[in-house]
Design a protein around this ligand. Structure first.
Ligand SMILES: Nc1ncnc2c1ncn2[C@@H]1O[C@H](COP(=O)(O)OP(=O)(O)OP(=O)(O)O)[C@@H](O)[C@H]1O
Ligand SMILES: [Mg+2]
Length: 379
């Protein structure tokens, strides 16, 4: 077991302390598309140099753009090379995301007297309860949650939680299947990247979308295959869930319901979303129906969090390619008990003026890639 991830939740503060020049890239290999951004550090300010993405459906036979696919290693490398070329990316100093689905993240509650040194022996033993495969098949990393980041100062927390705080220490643990790690290491090697760290995508996403906001936010990443929910309080991830439905399920349901091909359904979804249209009057109710399950899961996550921590969720922030669905934010607002907002992962990055409006529209696709590049810039 190696601590290959190193410092999985780098502090948010002082991100741009370093004055080092040079450009870096953040690489997000998602299930439907690869996204890369290149940033540089300009006197302590992160500046966007270029960005690009490709749909993996273009490289895999019998698939459509927007679909979650399983490309071969060579197809993945080809797709990366195409982005580097098309987006004119000049840096190979990269940080690469590990999909949440290839990892397991959980909280351990350990005796308060525990020291950093003890963790190396205690975490692997305690983690066995949470990991469904032999412990030798995973790489582990961990991070002790600072006490004042948990519930300190929260006068609304129930007594038993505050009591708990006094004799327990929370440790966030991440486990990654070695096979998945090896696969990503091979990609880095064959794409000729100089990568010095991998990071599980949820941490990257939280860094760019939530940053150091003090309030409690449920960040919902609508990917193609999965919807990922991280609950973040005072900049620290407290809870994480994967819902096994994604934006491609909307496309599938639309294709069946409207009796059109998958690629036409995908096109329709992106063009009209839940907005009124002249062609298919049923489309909006079909999309609503396909989102019901995800909404009930998000509701359950919010309720369970509020019950466990005695702390309400201030806002639900949507991100990922699927967050661009027209009408989604308004629909979610009707279904969920907190205010719903769209993420703007470029908010911590200086972008050229002519790109501002484009990035507002497509920016949420790049949350993971930006979060990685921000951390890489500061390292
Ligand atoms: N304008 C849009 N309206 C609706 N859906 C959209 C829009 N743009 C992209 N999508 C959908 O977003 C999904 C892709 O999102 P994203 O790139 O975040 O997924 P991914 O990272 O590849 O997947 P995952 O995170 O599940 O591995 C696709 O299913 C696509 O159809
Ligand atoms: Mg994704």
């Amino acid at each position: 077991m190696t601590n290959i991830l190193q410092d999985i939740t780098k502090n948010f503060s002082g991100l741009f302390g370093s004055k080092k020049g040079g450009s870096v890239i953040g690489v997000d290999i998602g299930s439907s598309s690869i996204k890369i951004v290149q940033l540089k550090n300009d006197n302590g300010v992160a500046v966007l140099e270029t960005y690009g993405s490709v749909s993996l459906g273009t490289y895999v036979e019998n698939s459509y753009i927007g679909q979650a696919v399983n490309p071969t290693h060579d197809q993945t490398i080809q797709a990366i090379k195409d982005i580097l070329k098309e987006a004119n990316i000049t840096s190979l100093n990269s940080a690469v995301a590990i999909p949440s689905a290839s990892s397991l993240v959980f909280l351990l509650e350990l005796p308060k007297a525990i020291t950093q040194k003890d963790l190396a022996t205690i975490v692997p033993t305690e983690a066995r309860r949470f990991i469904p495969v032999p412990i030798s098949e995973v790489s582990l990393d961990w991070w002790m949650i600072p006490e004042d980041d948990v519930l300190e100062g929260n006068d609304d927390a129930p007594a038993e939680i505050l009591g708990n705080k006094n004799d327990k220490r929370k440790v966030l643990v991440a486990a990654i299947h070695n096979e998945a790690l090896a696969r990503f290491q091979q990609v880095v090697k064959d794409a000729q990247f100089n990568a010095d760290f991998f990071e599980i995508e949820m941490f990257s996403n939280v860094r760019s979308c939530v940053g150091s906001k003090r309030e409690t936010v449920a960040l919902v990443d609508f990917g193609a295959s999965k919807t990922k929910v991280s609950v973040v309080s005072r900049g620290v991830i407290q809870d994480f869930h994967i819902i096994n439905r994604g934006s491609q399920d909307i496309t599938r349901v639309l294709s069946t319901g409207l009796n059109i091909s998958l690629s036409k359904a995908e096109e329709f979804k992106k063009k009209f979303g839940m907005a009124p249209n002249d062609e298919y009057s049923d489309a909006e109710s079909i999309i609503r129906g396909s989102l019901e399950y995800v909404m009930s899961e998000i509701n359950a996550i919010i309720l369970a969090y509020e019950k466990k921590y005695g702390q309400s969720i201030d806002s639900v922030m949507v991100t990922g390619g699927g967050a661009s669905l027209i009408g989604l934010v308004e629909y979610m607002q009707q279904k969920l008990p907190a205010s719903v907002i769209k993420s703007n992962p470029f908010s911590q990055v200086k972008v050229p003026v002519f790109l501002e409006s484009v990035l507002e529209e497509i920016g949420s696709d790049f949350g993971v890639a930006i979060g990685l590049a921000l951390r890489k810039l500061s390292s």
